[in-house]
Design a protein around this ligand. Structure first.
Ligand code: SAM
Length: 227
């Protein structure tokens, strides 16, 4: 998978060199590049924002640098362009799964009051465009949202995780939250690991885990059970 991210703070993405994502890049499973939007400006101040039409607080990102960035980055057949925005559809595991099958994703990371809406409309002529929110809160910029989405998407690419099993039995994989996990020692600060997990009885363990999953989902996220 090829991933590009356009931002006025491309250094935000340096963390992608760490851990499993760094390894996946070295292995050639993922090719990632962060781009500085100011590269596509032409004035001495490298201006990317201007005041909003209609008035109001804050500045809006100008369309011209974004247009030129997409001219350079969209050279293949209809990649997916994701505009990170709190006004977008909520990101979730189902969307991460769908996006993990794409060949090329371009993340557009806004700042200030966001990007001139015509950039979104124009991108639709040459890409599959999604406006996506990380959650119901407002961040200063789209970089952290893009990072979270990149991590959730790429770990679902076959071959990314050392143990493919670990993404099958996870929270949100089947609409439930995951059951609680325990490791050694068996007794820690007078707290014991549930007996069933020590029984070696696989069917009983599976039954217990399923019940814990349902209980936890009911308690913490009843909305998921309703779905
Ligand atoms: N004025 C915008 C609004 O009210 O919808 C918020 C702009 S926010 C301060 C600046 C940028 O941060 C946005 O353009 C977007 O790229 C990013 N951003 C903020 N919150 C986000 C969220 N929940 N999900 C994804 N991106 C977000």
């Amino acid at each position: 998978m090829r991933i590009d991210a356009v931002s006025i703070f491309p250094d935000y993405f340096n963390v992608l060199e760490l851990s499993l994502l760094g390894k996946a890049q070295k292995q050639g499973l993922i090719s990632f590049q962060a781009h500085d939007l100011r590269h596509w400006t032409h004035d001495i101040h490298k201006t990317v924002d201007d005041s909003p039409y209609g008035g109001g607080a804050g500045m809006v990102m100008k369309p011209e640098p974004w247009g030129e960035a997409f001219d350079d980055l969209i050279t293949d057949n209809r990649p997916t362009v994701i505009f990170t925005t709190p006004a977008g559809r909520p990101f979730n595991q189902a969307l991460a799964k769908e996006l993990s099958t794409k060949e090329h994703i371009v993340f557009a990371c806004g700042r200030y009051e966001g990007i001139d809406q015509r950039v979104v409309e124009h991108a639709k002529s040459r890409a599959d465009v999604l406006e996506v929110s990380l959650g119901d809160y407002v961040l200063n910029g789209g970089e952290v949202a893009a990072l979270a989405m990149i991590e959730a998407i790429t770990r679902l690419i076959p071959g990314f995780m050392g143990n493919a099993e670990s993404i099958v039995e996870e929270s949100h994989a089947d609409g439930l939250l995951e059951y609680p996990s325990y490791t050694k020692p068996q007794i820690w600060r007078e707290l014991e690991v549930p007996d069933v997990l020590l029984s070696g009885h696989h069917a009983e363990i599976a039954k217990w885990r399923k019940a814990q999953s349902v209980e936890r989902t009911k308690a913490v996220r009843p909305d998921l059970l309703a779905e």
